[in-house]
Each structure stands twice: as structure tokens, then as C-alpha cells.
Ligand binder design. Structure first.
Ligand code: NDP
Ligand code: 2IT
Length: 447
């Protein structure tokens, strides 16, 4: 089939142009596989080389970040900003600070972000940034000096109408504050150049909670569509950062019971239901490890290592830590224990083999670019409030978030039905996200 040959050629080009970037290859392959039937129906996309252009970032910036640690020693990190696609608006996407960061991770995240941002219905292109800097164990002063040096270089490439970074793994409110301060100082501008800002200086209510809440809103919509709800559901969540904490909060508000959380060292299981106040104190206030939890709640257990978390019996699984954390064995264990749905709070936490296990066992599976879009959606609302110079109430931002997540569910379900794969939300999200970007790229000419 001609179009099959066409996506194969695009994929081969991606492999040869981006050697060794396994996560980027994985993200592209999943999308290209979903788009075969779309290309059959739309030869104009093939002719205009939309896919060839979509997989090649518009701009890739790699830079050095020198900084001084508390002992006076000079340190050097490597940082990236990939400005992937600006068809729908300024580049938009988070900054990841984690020792595993290299260009393949940032490209995969930037590529996902293009389609995710399209799904939100807001005017945002896609981008992503980050560094191999490890914030763990660093003092506030070290974090500040790193963030200032990082922004000293990045500030020349970004702007409120050009590229608007935000948080991701390792980048939260503290880091955004230091980065914003340095941008303002160098550029002499107080603008909405970053999202996830503090509430006193241009941040949006609900942005902190948005990714976790949005994840639960979209899974709730899926459940309602199938005459079910979170009430009395047992939910397994991985991670214990921003996304995991606020997903837990919303599940609990809707009457579900969250029984697990984790970090990169291991996981906790509390059969009585996670006590979120304890988790917030350990993670957000003390910045300690999740295993501290079992010192306080004696019925809970801590297990070293992460993969066993998916052996805990649950109705719904929400992986909220990092890429490829839920593999085939994990998915098989979830299926065996009667899990009915999985939603990705993290970006690409489920391996392709695990997705296959879910789909072939009729476990509803919501992919990250739809399920975790609530974070960037409220970032888009923060940009709107910054432009208006008027903050919205919590209720207004939360209602907008909910409405965006419900609309995403509707759009991806309809796309899946239109392309004869009902309930394949991976295909639905890729197709619905892609079509808007593709039509816009056609309209904007060869750029
Ligand atoms: P945080 O830094 O707040 O938390 C990350 C959590 O994941 C921590 O518990 C961390 O444990 C764990 N984790 C990180 N790396 C690994 C690893 N290699 N193996 C096991 N666990 C790991 O980040 P967020 O909660 O913001 O992000 C979590 C995921 O959600 C990421 O995939 C991110 O891209 C995605 N996401 C985030 C959004 C946001 O608005 N923040 C929006 C959309 C998606 P440890 O402390 O041990 O490192
Ligand atoms: O992966 C993501 O969508 C994010 N880390 C949030 C990006 C943003 O710009 O809010």
C-alpha cells in the first residue's frame, strides 16, 4: 500500500537522522502507525510532506549551563530547548531537570506536546526543554544559581509570543520563580513568559493541581460513558510528585480509594487508602523520600524497586512518574487482577507492549497526550489571564479545565469511531491531534 510505504520512509528517516534516540523513535512510531488510515483518506497531507515536516523540529537549541555549587566548585551541565512546531501558536511545553535528560528525551516530549497542545483546543504550538542537572539533594542556593545560569542563555530564545516554558519533572514552583526572576532582570520585561508562576505574580489558580485533576476528569468521563464512576474504585497511582499528588486528591474527592504511590526508589501500599496530608508534608514541605510514609502509617508497606507496584490489585491504574515505567509484565498483572482502565498521567509511561496487552484485553487505555493535557491546558489559561492582566477564580479555572478534558474525551472517541477503531483512544488522540495541526500547516504554506 502506497501510504504504508510513505510512513515507513518517514520513520526510517527519523531513525537515521536521530540515531540512538530511542524514546523519540518510540513516540514517533506510535503516532505514524495511527496515521496510516488518515493518509489514505488525505493524499494532500502526503503531497505536502506534512509528516516529514512534523517529525523534524523547527529549531533545536543546545547550550552549556555553568554554575557554582555551595563548596565553590564549578559545575557544567548541558541543556536543551526543542522548538518543535509553531503551527498553532507559540511553542509551549515544560522544562525537565533530571540526570537522565538527553536530546532524545526532550525530542520525544516535544513531539508529544505538539499533538497534546492541539487536543486542548487552545492556541499553543509544541516545545520542550530541560537539562541533565539533578536537583535532588541540592540546596536552594544551588538550585537558584543553576536556574539563573540556565535562564541567562535561554532568555534570548523565548518570549510570551514566541516560546513559553513551564514545569515538568524536577521543575516546580521554586524553579519557575528563579527562572522568571532572571528573565525579568535581563530582559527588563514583566510578561507571561513562563507558566506555573506563583499566585501573587501572574500564576493561575488550579495550575498546580491541573495535570492530576485533569487526568481524573478525563478518566471519570470515560467511566461515565460506560455507566461507571470513581466511587468505591480502588486506584493504583505511581510517582509522588506534582501529577501523582493531585491525581490522588481528585480521586479521593470523587469517592475512590488510592492505595499506592512511589518514587524512583520504591513504592508504598496502604490498603486503608493513602493519607494525602502525610504525603504532602513528606514530598512538598520536607522534600523527602516516599518511604518515610510507612514510619507514620503502620498498616502501610514499603517495597524497594518500582516495577512491583502494578502487582497491587486495583480497578484503575494511573501511572504518573516517568516514561516506560509500566511494561508488559506490569500490564499483564493488572489485567489478571481485574483492572478495567488505565490513564497516563506521565508522558509515555506505558511501553508499546503493555499498551497492546491492555487493548487486547479490553482494558480502556487513555494515552498521555490526551489524559495529561490538563496541565498544559491550564498553562494556556494562565497565558490568557496574563494577556488580560486579570486573574480568574479557582472555580472558573477549574470549570474550564473540566470542560477541556470532557471535550478532549469526546473528540478522541469520535475520531476513533470515525476511523473504525472505537475505544482505541491511542489512535483517536493521535488522529484528532494531528488533523488540526496538518490542516493548519497546509493553510500556512511551506514553512
Ligand atoms: P515531579 O518531579 O513532581 O515528580 C516526578 C515523580 O516521578 C517523582 O515521584 C519521581 O521520583 C518519579 N520519577 C521520576 N523519574 C523517575 C524514574 N526514572 N523512575 C521512577 N520514578 C521516577 O514531576 P511531575 O509529577 O510534574 O511529572 C511526572 C510525569 O508527568 C512526567 O512524565 C511529566 O512529563 C508528566 N507531566 C507533567 C505535567 C506537569 O504539569 N507537571 C504535565 C503533563 C505531564 P524521584 O523523586 O525518586 O525522582
Ligand atoms: O508535559 C507537559 O504537558 C507539561 N509538562 C506541562 C507543559 C506546560 O507548558 O504547562
Amino acid at each position: 500500500m502506497a501510504t504504508k510505504h510513505f510512513t515507513q520512509a518517514v520513520y526510517e528517516q527519523v531513525l537515521s537522522r536521530n540515531p540512538g534516540e530511542a524514546e523519540f523513535h518510540q513516540a514517533v512510531k506510535e503516532v505514524l502507525d495511527s496515521l496510516e488510515p488518515v493518509l489514505e483518506k488525505h493524499p494532500e497531507y502526503v503531497e505536502a510532506k506534512i509528516l516529514d515536516r512534523l517529525v523534524e523540529p523547527e529549531r533545536q537549541i543546545i547550550f552549556r549551563v555553568p554554575w557554582q555549587d555551595d563548596s565553590g566548585t564549578f559545575q557544567v551541565n548541558r541543556a536543551f530547548r526543542i522548538e518543535f512546531n509553531s503551527a498553532l501558536g507559540p511553542y509551549k511545553g515544560g522544562i525537565r531537570l533530571h540526570p537522565s535528560v538527553y536530546i532524545g528525551i526532550i525530542k520525544f516530549l516535544g513531539f508529544e506536546q505538539v499533538l497534546k497542545n492541539s487536543l486542548t483546543g487552545l492556541m499553543m504550538g509544541g516545545g520542550k526543554g530541560g537539562s541533565d542537572f539533578d536537583p535532588k539533594g541540592k540546596s536552594d542556593s544551588e538550585i537558584m544559581r543553576f536556574c539563573q545560569s540556565f535562564m541567562t542563555e535561554l532568555c534570548r530564545h523565548i518570549g510570551p509570543d514566541t516560546d513559553v516554558p513551564a514545569g515538568d519533572i524536577g521543575t516546580g514552583g521554586r524553579e519557575i520563580g528563579f527562572m522568571f526572576g532572571q528573565y525579568k532582570r535581563i530582559r527588563n520585561e514583566f510578561t507571561g513568559v513562563l507558566t506555573g508562576k506563583g499566585l501573587d505574580w501572574g500564576g493561575s489558580l488550579v495550575r498546580t493541581e491541573a495535570t492530576g485533576y485533569g487526568l481524573v476528569y478525563i478518566v471519570d468521563e470515560l467511566l461515565k460513558d460506560n455507566k461507571k464512576s470513581f466511587k468505591d474504585m480502588t486506584v493504583s497511582i505511581s510517582g509522588s510528585g506534582n501529577v501523582a499528588i493531585f491525581a490522588t486528591e481528585k480521586v479521593q474527592q470523587l469517592g475512590g480509594k488510592v492505595v499506592t504511590l512511589s518514587d524512583s526508589n520504591g513504592y508504598i501500599h496502604d490498603p486503608d487508602g493513602i493519607k494525602l496530608d502525610t504525603v504532602k508534608q513528606i514530598k512538598l514541605v520536607e522534600r523527602k523520600r516516599i518511604k518515610e510514609y510507612v514510619k507514620i502509617h503502620k498498616n502501610a508497606t514499603y517495597t524497594e524497586g518500582c516495577s512491583g507496584i502494578w502487582n497491587v490489585k486495583c480497578d484503575i491504574a494511573l501511572p504518573c512518574a516517568t516514561q516506560n515505567e509500566l511494561d508488559k509484565a506490569g500490564a499483564e498483572a493488572l489485567v489478571k487482577n481485574g483492572c478495567i482502565a488505565a490513564g497516563e498521567g506521565a508522558n509515555m509511561p506505558t511501553t508499546p507492549e503493555a499498551v497492546e496487552v491492555f487493548q487486547s484485553n479490553d482494558v480502556w487505555f487513555l494515552p498521555g497526550k490526551a489524559a495529561n493535557a490538563g496541565g498544559v491546558a491550564v498553562s494556556g489559561l494562565e497565558m490568557a489571564q496574563n494577556s488580560q492582566r486579570i486573574p480568574w477564580t479557582f472555580e472558573k479555572a477549574d470549570a474550564e479545565l473540566k470542560s477541556i478534558m470532557v471535550t478532549i474525551y469526546k473528540n478522541i472517541s469520535e475520531a476513533a469511531k470515525e476511523y473504525d477503531c472505537p475505544n482505541d483512544f491511542v489512535a483517536g488522540a493521535n488522529i484528532a491531534g494531528f488533523i488540526k495541526v496538518a490542516n493548519t500547516m497546509l493553510a500556512q504554506g511551506l514553512v
